[in-house]
Design a protein around this ligand. Sequence first.
Ligand code: TXA
Ligand code: MG
Length: 352
Amino acid sequence: MYVTRTRLYEIDSLDPEPGIIALAAAAIRDGRLVAFPTETVYGLGADATDSDAVARIFAAKQRPFNDPIIVHIAMLRQLDQIAVDIPESARWLAENFWAGALTMVLQRHGYIPSNVSAGMPTVAVRMPSHPVAVALIMAAGVPIAAPSANLFSRPSATTAQHVMADLNGHVDIVLDGGATRIGLESTVIDLSGGVPTILRPGGISVEAIRAVLPTVQVVSRALQPDAHDARSPGEMIKHYAPSTPLKLYSGKVDGVLIAMRSEIASQHTDGRKVGVLTADEERDEFPDADEIVLLGSRNNLAEIGAGLFAHLRTMDQRRVDVMLIRGFGRVGLGAAIWDRLVRAAEGRIIEV
Ligand code: TXA
Ligand code: MG
């Protein structure tokens, strides 16, 4: 356990105050932990070249040591200090999707300590676009290792308040730049050898990547949720989980809504309270739900993705016995949303 006094600073998310950035950058250089906003989710950052600082990340998050961490850079030329044998495909992807929600797994440079990558010979790299993240990495002068800033197996943090709820007393500085725009983590693609493979769907859609890299494959853990993929040890099923059990429904919308209503009725005969997370258009479908949280329009997956983790946390606090939600397809951001919901449901999936 890493224990410290946490200082929280509000920061301008478009034009970050240099004084606050300088303070946070000094903490990074000093081996301390700084939580900061990115366009995807908040990261829990430390100097990626300092193995003791990286060890503090694992301790603060209570993260298993076999779960590797993403290294964040601000300029393309930092890439050559982090990875070696970089394939041409990585250059194309960088040109098309950086700065942004894409993480590439490459062969690790000796300059990056092995605990960043849980001892693996590879390293995951991302160049975020959020002005606070960019300013912090530039000012620190070192690449920043950062997992999502949540306790291990909790939903990722998309606001500074989520970071404080999980990590107050275990992170030195929290930069509050407001809610993150995408709200789902980056897409992780393995380019370390063999066929380029998407290990985690995320903020950049598989379709967009396929347009640039037609050979790309997808490891579909959603279809084999218990499969333990050695290439991405962090993507085990128990992840993003709220403490209240979540049931996830999949299938044609009409049938799914009927199944969810009958689940509410049957939970009620057992005297249990039911919370439903639903699209705005479907709010009137659940007159008997004890609690309802609206996710946004079902025609706007960017909106549903952006608020998903926050809404799971909100419903989790409402003291219901079970939460119900449905998937929103597998196309575009729907794939990332489905992936996160499968994990949050810990396998409780109802195919209608
Ligand atoms: O959007 C994001 O990616 C956020 C922000 C903060 O950048 N970060 C994030 O980190 O989601 P984390 O640690 O929660 O998820 C990183 C994922 C894990 O599933 C991990 O297994 C995978 O990336 N990963 C990291 N290094 C890897 C490596 N060398 N090989 C394979 N997978 C790796
Ligand atoms: Mg995470």
